[in-house]
Design a binder for this molecule. Structure first.
Ligand code: 6PG
Length: 473
């Protein structure tokens, strides 16, 4: 029997699709799943690709089916399952064999696993894979983390299965150890924010402008032909166009408004806090998901305070205002996301390649959009500059930030919650204000804790004469 080029463990939806993608690109693959029946059912249903797929019943069989030095992809749930799988595989592998975790791992776990690998375990790569089921099958975006020599051993396979942007594979090594999974977490944070901003303008149209779902769909479809062109706008247009067979209602209208999450957006926010990197749009998006989940409390809130009157007075906002507000919100969100990546790069000793990250997100992943190509160009010009100051995006913001203000203000007056857009606007206003209000914070800190302050006319560690007022200075 000819040995397979690569192995894959975990034939859930994503693993199965990835295995078919690998086989389709011409690489013989050996697969194993905890339930043997699943493995054989998968191989039998692989059609034309079946000859390139070797189903195996035990981990030992899987290892024996692979060409040394071996490479095995794990597509199992993040967390303990990955550690268990590594522990089970390690005694069966030779020095130089490699485990590739392609799940949504927390990058800190990937750092730990990479460290263990450097202490004599099998080699280890952590790759963030984005694109859902469709992406896994026909071309995901791949964000790699690990050693260059290990990446180079499998990069021909990863590049072959990845999405292509005008022929360029969306698969890049981001840096050592957890770098790939960190970039994937930021991707997911942005994913949450993009989704939330769309949900907010959807809410303004639905509740503020009394637009039915099909009309909203038409608006989104139009936006998808302009600067907002993106996969998430495209699917939002698609979902608002669909009718529920049971009720004849638009299906979005019968979907319960309680959002789920697996936690990657939360990880992004936690890491941003550790790094003191402001990502308020993403934070607002995570907050909104958490608030949506508290349906019982929201019911009580409405019973107590009454629902806010949500209809916008006629003519206050136009569809063009909403589109411009979305453009501004999106630029601000990505500026924050890339600044977070810059902060992580410094803190963790990575040299995260900002333009390459924007490039790898242009196709295959959930946040793919035409704007990412312009971001890649702007970041290549000057990776150290805040994206909102890059001329292309600064021009866009010049023409769109007033619409963002208008949308946030009118939404607030009508009781329409737009937390992500509002967070973007507040951050924008802070970022364009030289003289902020933090002088008050410093005065307070010095009053109660003698923390000292800098003076505008020079010098640091001054104290105010608070002792006279009962302060601690
Ligand atoms: C992707 C997605 C994916 C994510 C799911 C669910 O890039 O393909 O980010 O990895 O896990 O979309 O995420 P939530 O359950 O947290 O919404």
């Amino acid at each position: 029997m000819t040995q397979s080029e690569i192995g894959l463990i975990g034939l859930g939806t994503m693993g199965a699709m990835l295995a078919l993608n690998i086989a389709e690109k011409g690489f013989p693959i050996a697969v194993w799943n905890r339930t043997t029946e699943v493995t054989h059912r998968f191989a039998q249903s692989a059609g034309d690709l079946a000859p390139r797929i070797t189903p195996t019943d035990t981990l030992k069989d899987l290892v024996a089916a692979l060409k040394p030095p071996r490479a095995i992809i794990l597509m199992v749930p993040a967390g303990k399952a990955v550690d268990d799988q590594i522990a089970a595989l390690t005694p069966l592998l030779d020095a130089g064999d490699m485990i590739i975790d392609a799940g949504n791992a927390n990058f800190r776990d990937t750092n730990r696993r990479a460290k263990n690998a450097s202490h004599g375990g099998p080699r280890f790569l952590g790759i963030g894979v984005s694109g859902g089921e469709e992406g896994a099958r026909h071309g995901p975006s791949i964000m790699g983390g690990g050693r260059l020599e290990d990446w180079n051993r499998v990069s021909h396979i990863l590049e072959a299965i990845a999405a292509k942007y005008h022929g360029t594979p969306c698969a890049t090594l981001m840096g050592e150890a957890g770098a790939g999974h960190f970039v994937k977490a930021v991707h997911n944070g942005i994913e949450y924010a993009d989704m939330q901003m769309i949900a907010e303008v959807y809410g303004v149209m639905r509740d503020g402008m009394a637009m039915p779902a099909p009309a909203i769909s038409a608006v989104l479809e139009g936006w998808n032909k302009g600067p907002l062109q993106s996969y998430l706008i495209e699917i939002s247009a698609a979902v608002t166009a669909v009718t529920d067979a049971k009720t004849g209602q638009p299906i979005v209208d019968i979907i319960l408004d309680r959002a789920g999450q697996k936690g990657t957006g939360r990880w992004t926010v936690i890491e941003a806090q550790h790094l003191s990197a402001p990502i308020p749009v993403i934070e607002a998006a995570v907050m909104a998901r958490n608030t949506s989940a508290r349906l019982d409390e929201r019911i009580k809130g409405e019973a107590h305070f009454g629902a806010a009157p949500q209809a916008l007075p006629a003519g206050t906002l136009t569809i063009d205002d909403l589109e411009s507000a979305m453009i501004a919100g999106k630029i601000l969100c990505y500026a924050q996301g890339f600044a977070l990546i810059t902060a992580a790069s410094g803190e963790f000793g990575w040299s995260l390649p900002l333009p390459e990250i924007a490039k790898v997100w242009r196709e295959g992943c959930i946040i793919r959009s035409s704007m990412l190509n312009d971001m890649a160009t702007a970041l290549a010009e000057d990776p150290g500059r805040n994206l909102m100051l890059a001329p292309f995006f600064a021009d866009h913001l010049e023409t769109s930030h007033n619409a963002l203000r208008k949308v946030v203000a009118h939404a607030a007056l009508s009781g329409l919650p737009v937390p992500a857009l509002a967070a973007g606007l507040a951050w924008f206003d802070m970022m364009r204000t030289q003289r902020s209000t933090a002088n008050m914070i410093q005065a307070q800190r010095d009053f109660f804790g003698a923390h000292g302050f800098e003076r505008t006319d020079g010098g640091s560690d001054h104290h105010g004469p608070w002792a006279l007022q009962g302060g601690q200075a």
